[in-house]
Design a protein around this ligand. Structure first.
Ligand code: TYD
Length: 210
């Protein structure tokens, strides 16, 4: 493996992405890759300010979508594109599918408007529409996620939403996967941690051998 690679990780809150992102980062490092590990919303000092606003302030749905995309633009230009240009592996905890799932599915915001924002924001000098090479979707029934989150830290604006919201977010992810089936690997996140990890590795190896 030597080429630049962009992998995003998605799922409803409580799906358990973090440990596997860490594991994959070590896995790539041990194979000689330089890894840039980052997250959305956030990933630059300015985008982290947008994150703070988006996760903790009540706002109009269009404002919320615009903040997510504003953060994404900064992150793409300042962090993701340069890392890919250096030939690194970029592991990103959430990317644009989260906006479709949360703002589109969860909030019911217009899908086509999100698509036009996506076209504008993810148009970069090296690609007319930058997308991850692989998106790993940790899929989990909202009831299981709610159980996990009940013992977690103080919830943010999204984590405190009812289960029906997360069902709509899950449907949003399913719709995104239907639109780009080859980019997505859907992993059942309600298995043991070892079984999930084994599925994550299979997805990465399968995508790389393409
Ligand atoms: P998350 O990635 O789960 O971080 P943490 O593990 O620190 O809580 O939190 C980010 C939240 O932001 C999550 O609830 C999903 C939400 N979000 C959106 O609503 N839209 C987006 O475009 C992105 C990237 C995230």
């Amino acid at each position: 493996m030597s080429q630049a690679w962009f992998i995003s990780f998605e799922g409803i809150d409580g799906a358990g992405k973090s440990t596997h992102i860490e594991g994959l980062s070590n896995w790539f490092n041990s194979r000689g890759h330089i890894v840039t590990r980052t997250r959305e919303p956030g990933g630059t000092p300015l985008a982290e300010k947008f994150r703070e606003l988006a996760l903790h302030e009540a706002m109009d749905p269009l404002t919320e979508a615009l903040i997510m995309f504003a953060a994404r633009r900064e992150h793409l230009i300042q962090v993701i594109e340069p890392a890919l240009a250096r030939g690194e592996v970029v592991l990103c905890d959430r990317f644009t599918d989260a906006t479709f799932a949360y703002q589109g599915g969860g909030r019911g915001f217009d899908w086509q408007v999100l698509k036009s924002l996506e076209q504008m924001v993810q148009h970069v000098p090296s690609s007319p529409l930058r997308q991850p090479d692989l998106t790993i979707w940790f899929d989990l029934p909202p009831a299981v996620a709610a159980e996990r989150l009940s013992t977690a830290r103080l919830p943010d604006k999204f984590e405190s939403q009812p289960q029906s919201f997360f069902q709509a977010v899950r449907n949003g992810y399913a719709k995104r996967m239907q639109e780009s089936p080859t980019r997505f690997a859907q992993i059942a996140a309600d298995q043991s941690r070892d079984a999930v990890w084994s599925d994550v590795l299979k997805a990465v190896e399968a995508a790389y051998s393409q």
